[in-house]
Design a protein around this ligand. Structure first.
Ligand code: NAD
Length: 328
C-alpha cells in the first residue's frame, strides 16, 4: 500500500510513518516544518524514517510542503492508496493567540486534502481529531455522541474537520474516519506538554509547575495505541464517515501526574502552582467502547506504566532531546 502521512515529521505522524514503513508499506510524508516547536525534533523523526526504510524494501519520500497549497496537496495525494492526515496546528493556547492561522491550516488544509483525495479515488482518509471537540463535560467518560461544544478555536477547527470529512463521505462516497485522540504522549513528544515538561524540570532539579489547582483530569494516551488504531483502520472498512475515540480510558489528575514524575525523579522538590491557562479543558476521559467494538481497540498500558516508559526513553535520549525541549 502507498500511504501519504501529512504532518509526518511531527510527533504522532512521525510514529505512524515509521510503523507503516516497518510494516512494508511505501510512505510519503508531507510536512512544512511549522515552527511551533524545535525543528530538530522533526529532523530526528525523519532520520528514524530513513533508517527503517533502508532496513527494509519500502519506498520512502519526504516532501517539504504545505497543506494550505492545493497544488502540492494534489501532487502528493495523486498516487496514494490511503491518506493519514495528521498535519495541523495543534495546541489550544496557540489557537487562542492565532485563530486565523489555525483555521487556515486545520480547516482549509483539510479541505484541500479531501478534495484531492476525492479526485484521486483514494481508498480511505483517516483524520486526526481531538477530545477538544467535546468541550464542557455533561457526563464522563465522553462517549462519541456526547454534545460537542468546543471551548477553544482549536476545538472548533477539529469539529469542522470532522463534519467536512463526513460530508465528503456522504456526498462523494469518499471513505473517511476521524479519530478523536486524547492527550497523546511518548517518545519525541511535543515539548510544552505536561509530561515532557514535568520530566525535564524534575531531572534538572526544578520544581514541576502546575497551571491551576491540579485537580483537572486528563486521559493520557500512549502513542503506540494511536498507531495501532490507525494501522487497523488502513485495511478495515469500519467506521466510514464516523468518529471514534482513541484514549487510554484511565484518567489521572494533573496533581497525581506531577507527583508520579516528581516521586520517581526528585522526591525533594515541592510542586509550584500558577494561575490556570485559558481555554484548557477541565476534564477529559475517553470511553473506548466504540473503538473496541469497531476496530478491536484496547489500550495497552496504564498511565503509570506509560509515564514510566517515557521517563526511561527520555533518560536514554536526553542528550539530543532535552536541549530541543528547552528551546521550544
Ligand atoms: P505535531 O505538531 O508534532 O505534528 C503536526 C505536524 O504537522 C508538524 O510536524 C507540523 O510541522 C506539520 N504541519 C503543521 N502545519 C502544516 C501545514 N500547513 N502543512 C504541512 N504540515 C504542517 O502535533 P502532534 O501532536 O503530532 O499532532 C498530530 C495530530 O494529532 C494533529 O492533527 C493534532 O491536532 C492531533 N491531536 C494531537 C494530540 C496530542 O496530544 N498530541 C491530541 C489530539 C489531537
Amino acid at each position: 500500500m502507498r500511504i501519504l502521512v501529512t504532518g509526518g515529521a511531527g510527533f504522532i505522524g512521525g510514529h505512524l510513518a515509521e510503523s507503516f514503513l516497518d510494516d512494508g508499506h511505501d510512505v510519503t510524508v508531507l510536512d512544512n516544518f511549522e515552527p511551533f516547536y524545535a525543528e530538530g525534533i522533526k529532523r530526528h523523526t525523519l532520520d528514524a524514517h530513513r533508517e527503517v526504510a533502508d532496513e527494509g524494501d519500502s519506498e520512502y519520500r519526504f516532501v517539504e510542503g504545505d497543506v494550505r497549497d492545493p497544488e502540492t496537496v494534489r501532487e502528493v495525494v495523486d498516487d496514494a492508496d490511503v491518506v493519514v492526515h495528521q498535519a495541523a496546528q495543534a495546541g489550544v493556547r496557540e489557537s487562542v493567540k492565532n485563530p486565523r492561522k489555525v483555521t487556515d491550516i486545520n480547516v482549509s488544509g483539510t479541505v484541500n486534502l479531501l478534495e484531492a483525495s476525492k479526485e484521486a479515488d483514494v481508498k480511505r482518509v483517516i483524520l486526526a481529531s481531538s477530545s477538544s471537540v467535546y468541550g464542557k463535560p455533561r457526563s464522563l467518560p465522553y462517549e462519541e455522541d456526547h454534545p460537542t461544544e468546543p471551548v477553544s478555536p482549536y476545538g472548533v477547527t477539529k469539529l469542522t474537520q470532522e463534519h467536512m470529512a463526513r460530508v465528503y463521505t456522504e456526498l462523494h462516497d469518499l471513505p473517511t474516519v476521524c479519530l478523536r485522540y486524547f492527550t497523546v504522549y511518548g517518545p519525541r513528544m511535543r515539548p510544552n506538554m505536561a509530561i515532557s515538561n514535568f520530566v525535564s524540570r524534575c531531572l534538572n532539579g526544578e520544581p514541576p509547575v502546575i497551571y491551576g489547582d491540579g485537580q483537572q483530569t486528563r486521559d493520557f494516551t500512549y502513542v503506540d495505541d494511536v498507531v495501532d488504531a490507525n494501522r487497523t483502520l488502513l485495511e478495515s472498512g469500519a467506521a466510514d464517515g464516523d468518529v471514534v475515540n482513541v484514549g487510554s480510558s484511565d484518567n489521572i489528575s494533573i496533581q497525581e501526574l506531577a507527583e508520579t514524575v516528581r516521586d520517581q525523579l526528585a522526591p525533594e522538590l515541592e510542586i509550584v502552582y500558577e494561575s490556570a491557562r485559558e481555554a484548557d479543558a477541565e476534564h477529559t476521559h475517553a470511553s473506548v467502547e466504540k473503538a473496541g467494538e469497531l476496530i478491536g481497540y484496547e489500550p495497552s498500558r496504564t498511565i503509570a506504566e506509560g509515564v514510566g516508559e517515557f521517563i526511561e526513553w527520555y533518560q536514554a535520549n536526553r542528550e539530543w532531546y532535552e536541549p530541543l525541549v528547552q528551546v521550544s
